[in-house]
Design a protein around this ligand. Structure first.
Ligand code: 2BA
Length: 109
């Protein structure tokens, strides 16, 4: 058995969960926060048989879009705030970040 962990943008998660359920997969949604942007995203867990991994990865691929997000960098420590003019920069986010892990044991009790 495998565990697919997908970090997705909040805007895409509804579509993804619907497609997973339509495909007969069980999924768990966890609220998460990106370390870099420090903004909310969603982590989706899907436990599946190995032969279905590609199908689930394709569903994630089809459901999640890449977007650009503006970030305003902080002044580096030691920089004079008088000379620091914060300028927003564009950062690409997503479609999705996907991890596929081996599951040693799976039980429902
Ligand atoms: P964040 O950490 O908030 O990152 C959002 C986006 O910012 C990233 O999009 C990437 O384009 C950019 N970014 C991240 N770290 C950066 C850095 N040090 N310098 C410049 N740009 C940086 P994605 O790569 O699509 O990642 C989306 C979210 O997926 C991440 O949100 C994080 O929550 C998760 N993620 C990505 N890679 C991961 C990893 N190796 N391990 C765990 N979670 C990861």
């Amino acid at each position: 058995m495998k565990l697919v962990i997908a970090v997705v943008q909040d805007q895409d998660v509804h579509r993804l969960i619907e497609r997973l359920l339509d495909g007969g997969f069980s999924a768990t949604k966890l609220a998460s926060t990106g370390g870099f942007l420090k903004e909310g995203n969603t982590t989706v867990l899907v436990g599946i048989e190995e032969e279905k991994v590609d199908q689930v990865v394709q569903l994630v691929r089809d459901s999640c879009q890449s977007r650009k997000q503006l970030v305003t960098p902080m002044a580096a420590v030691g920089t004079s705030l008088n000379s620091f003019i914060p300028r927003p920069i564009e950062v690409p986010v997503g479609g999705a970040t996907i991890f596929v892990l081996d599951v040693d044991r799976f039980e429902k009790v």
